[in-house]
Design a protein around this ligand. Sequence first.
Ligand code: COA
Length: 420
Amino acid sequence: MTKRKLGRGVAIVGAGMSKFGAFPGKSSRDLFVDAFQEMLASVDKGFDARDIEALFIGNFSSDLFEGQGHTAPIMADWVGLTPRPATRVEDACASGGVALRQGMLAIASGLYDIVLVGGIEKMTDLPIERVTDTLATAADALYEVPAGFTFPGLYASMATAYMSRYGANTDVFLKVGYKNHENGSLNDKAQFGQRIADIMEMRKKSAAKKGLPIPEWADEMAFLKDDRANPIIAWPMRLYDCSPVSDGAAAVILVSEELASRFTDRPLYVIGSGQASDGATHSRPTMTSLPSAKQAASIAYEMAGVRPADIQVVEVHDCFTVAEIIATEDLGFFEPGQGWRAVEEGQTARGGPRPINTSGGLKSKGHPVGASGVGQVLEIWKQLRGEAGARQLPGAPHLGLTHNVGGTGQTCTVHIFERR
Ligand code: COA
């Protein structure tokens, strides 16, 4: 494959996000305004929003979730940016990552110098049955949906294939959820920002308040293995293996490399970008890897001129806990079949040699699907600038990576960021 490079360098000079969660009184417009305002405030040397020339907004399904299509110009209007071109980007849960890539390409091509990339989703207005059906539109409506597959079901199939092929047990999935709740407890934007131990305490207090028998668990793993506390959604995926249904928005500002110093002395450069497509789950030769993720990663690594071992901060698409383990193998951090062992050994914990999802990941931080790919960039922005507070990784990391999956891998984007 021909080695690709950008026509000119692209830098991120500001980033913001709304809180992720369930916000009954707020629309995706309100959440986008929250993200936009935080993004403006994050630009070190100040920023005039009128300098933005175009918007690319990742959004999966505002049509079905909110009864509102054509969302990009609405977002432009709500932050006072009409008549600039505003383009909605849809690739299921990878919409945010693809919007980032489109914004980056628009600058690299020389067409624009300053571009806003956003991501939005407002999922919690619908009952869970309709959320599940809406999410299932990202699967194959010809073969998978009529066969009864939901997204938890599709990823559960991948989990059983992974266990069968590599000898992993169900405990390892619970350990990924445990880890991501530990990380998310240090993130004030997280939807489920509690440690499992905190959730156990909350359950006990709630039972006591209702006059019910107070549940007892020996430890966190006992809680996570308890069918009442952590019910099975689609075996072996339990509640705490699933990312939640979420509302949220995120926004970053991209500029051409030459302009970066006008806004900050600490930009992040987008040095690698890969995107790939694939058929639906049923048509793949393997259920234990996402070929699109491997392809996107290899393009991004080659463009950036770095190897997996060089990357210090990583946000992967853990829509289900099994997806995080597979991602760490597809990205080349561990050999195929070794990702689960790395979890067992604590390698992917915040204090381990290969920390994964320091933000809490989609599991704990939340997964407003169209916003997630842009939300991942926020963590890299904070970690590489030394602004991640209590969850800051030591050693002044300078290389970060995001991995954003649409569906079960029909789309994948991988981006690599550098602080120089
Ligand atoms: N993790 C942890 N706790 C969760 C949770 C999650 N993912 N989702 C809900 N909860 C909690 C709620 O806060 C609530 O707690 P409470 O009883 O103390 O108030 C309880 O679990 C039940 O919540 P509820 O909203 O009734 O759950 P639900 O059954 O409607 O939804 C799932 C649970 C797992 C079905 C839903 O989160 C889901 O579909 N997740 C996957 C989303 C998805 O597929 N995304 C796309 C990926 S590609």
